[in-house]
Each structure stands twice: as C-alpha cells, then as structure tokens.
Design a protein around this ligand. Structure first.
Ligand SMILES: Nc1ncnc2c1ncn2[C@@H]1O[C@H](COP(=O)(O)OP(=O)(O)O)[C@@H](O)[C@H]1O
Ligand SMILES: O=c1ccn([C@@H]2O[C@H](COP(=O)(O)OP(=O)(O)O)[C@@H](O)[C@H]2O)c(=O)[nH]1
Length: 236
C-alpha cells in the first residue's frame, strides 16, 4: 500500500464530466472516495485542475492571449482548491491550501517545512495555482508537487480508466494498456498527460497511475496497489 500520494484531480471532479461550475453531488462523492484512503492514514496531497471553470485553451478560442487565459485558469485552480477545502473541513477532515500564486487569508504561502509539518499533523494538503506560470497545466504542477512532497506515487484521476493505444473517446476500437514505461509513453506521444509531466516523473523515478475518477472505489484500489488503471513506470 502507498502511504504518501499526490492525487491529481480534473476540475471536472467538482462539476461532472464535460460540465462547468460546481455540483455538490460530485463534491460529496469526492469526499467519500477520499475518506476511504484518509482512514488508512495515507498522507494525501492534492492538485486540482480548473476544467470546470476555465481552461486556457477554451478561452483562446474566444480570442484571449494564451498568457492571459492561463492566468484565469490558474485562478480557477485556486477557486477549486478553496471550494474543496470547505467540503473537506465540513466533513471532518483537516485540510490546508498552499500556493504562491495568490495572497488570500485561506491560502498559505508554499514552504517545504510547512508542507511537511501539516502532513505530520494529518492534514490533506492541497497545492493550488498550478506551477504559477502560464503555458503549463496542472498535470505538470502535479508532477512537480509530487516530487517536492516525496510522494511514492502520482495518481491521476481523470475521465478514462487508463491509457489506451489511442484516445478511447475518439476511437472505439482502441484498447487499454495496463503498464507502460515513461520512455514509451513519451515516444508514443500519449495525450492523457503532458509530456512535461511524464518527463519530470521519469527523471525523478516517480511512477504514475491513471484511473477513472468516476469509477467508485478506484482510488482505494490504486492506493492499495491493486491492479487498476494504467501504471506508468520508470525504467531502471
Ligand atoms: N492514448 C490515450 N489514452 C487515454 N486517454 C487519452 C489518450 N489520448 C487522449 N486521451 C484523452 O485524455 C483525456 C484526459 O486528459 P485531460 O482531459 O487533460 O484530463 P484532466 O482534465 O483529467 O486533466 C481523456 O479524457 C482522453 O479522452
Ligand atoms: O501551471 C499551470 C497550471 C494551469 N494553468 C492554466 O490553468 C488551466 C486549468 O488547468 P488544467 O487544464 O490542467 O485543468 P484540468 O483539465 O485538470 O481540470 C490550464 O488550462 C491553464 O490555462 C497554467 O497556466 N499553468
């Protein structure tokens, strides 16, 4: 069983797939899935995206400059992180949001010593604001924070139940791959995660598991090391 994880959640975990905004049914589902893992004393770091609010690419279609659009995306991750903290605290978890992107009363400046301290105090630690730089995504932020917090695994909880030979949403004849090395994932240009994120994890020998967030129990199975989703593994 993994004892320290970084969970990357799509912003759509708070709205439902393909939807915008916030739906409390999904927040309640997220809390119940997290509780199964939290109760096993697993230290949980979370990076949440902003697909339910703003994605830079969507705003570019409306004429925004990328560097401006991405700032709205990063702020969207802060909104989601504070929203998530509210739900976690309301349900009896201890949680804290860290970010250097904003200066707000419920967000702590990101400092390694504080992160370690709050993990020791059994807080769920939420890293908000992405990497603080435009031109990146929260997958890359998740890879960075996972390495920085010394996570044993990065779990990407998304809308597909793993990596396929081609995008399963577009190609009904695609097939799932249970395990793939970082070199193969990068050379085959697998789109489920950014190459930057794969590359950071590869260099730091940090494995990734891709699971479908909307499959009940999948997070717990991944944490317990059961066969689920797709494992992306570092080469020796
Ligand atoms: N080879 C592939 N295997 C699995 N999913 C893929 C692949 N290529 C593209 N995808 C797409 O990647 C999407 C997940 O990426 P993304 O939308 O960035 O997730 P998130 O919002 O969770 O960060 C899936 O919904 C899937 O349609
Ligand atoms: O380091 C970062 C992380 C995120 N973003 C912006 O924030 C948006 C939301 O993040 P993401 O698309 O990863 O959200 P998700 O798809 O996971 O919900 C991105 O589209 C980018 O516009 C950014 O500019 N820099």
């Amino acid at each position: 069983m993994y004892k320290k994880i970084l969970l990357k959640l799509s912003g759509e975990a708070l709205s439902g797939e393909g939807k915008k905004g916030f739906d409390t049914n999904f927040s309640n589902y997220l809390v119940s899935e997290l509780k199964k893992v939290y109760d096993l004393n697993v230290k949980i770091g979370i990076v949440i995206g902003a697909g339910n609010v703003f994605r830079g690419k969507e705003l570019e279609l409306e004429g925004f400059k990328t560097k401006m659009a991405d700032q709205l995306g990063m702020l969207g991750t802060v909104m989601n992180s504070i929203y998530l903290k509210h739900f976690l605290d309301k349900n009896g978890f201890k949680s804290i949001v860290f970010s250097n992107t904003v200066n707000l009363p419920s967000v702590m400046p990101f400092k390694y010593d504080l992160v370690d301290f709050y993990f020791e105090q059994e807080y769920i630690v939420i890293f908000a604001g992405g990497t603080s730089n435009p031109l990146f995504t929260t997958d890359t932020a998740a890879a960075l924070r996972a390495v920085e917090m010394d996570a044993e695994i990065l779990i990407k909880a998304t809308k597909v139940n793993g990596i396929y030979n081609k995008d399963p949403k577009e190609f009904p004849d695609s097939y799932k791959i249970d395990k793939i090395s970082f070199s193969d994932a990068i050379s085959q240009d697998i789109k489920v995660m950014d190459t930057e994120a794969f590359s950071i994890c590869q260099r730091n020998k940090l494995p990734i598991i891709i699971i479908n967030f909307f499959d009940k129990g999948s997070l717990l199975k991944a944490v317990k090391g059961e066969e689920i989703g797709t494992l992306v593994y570092p080469e020796d």
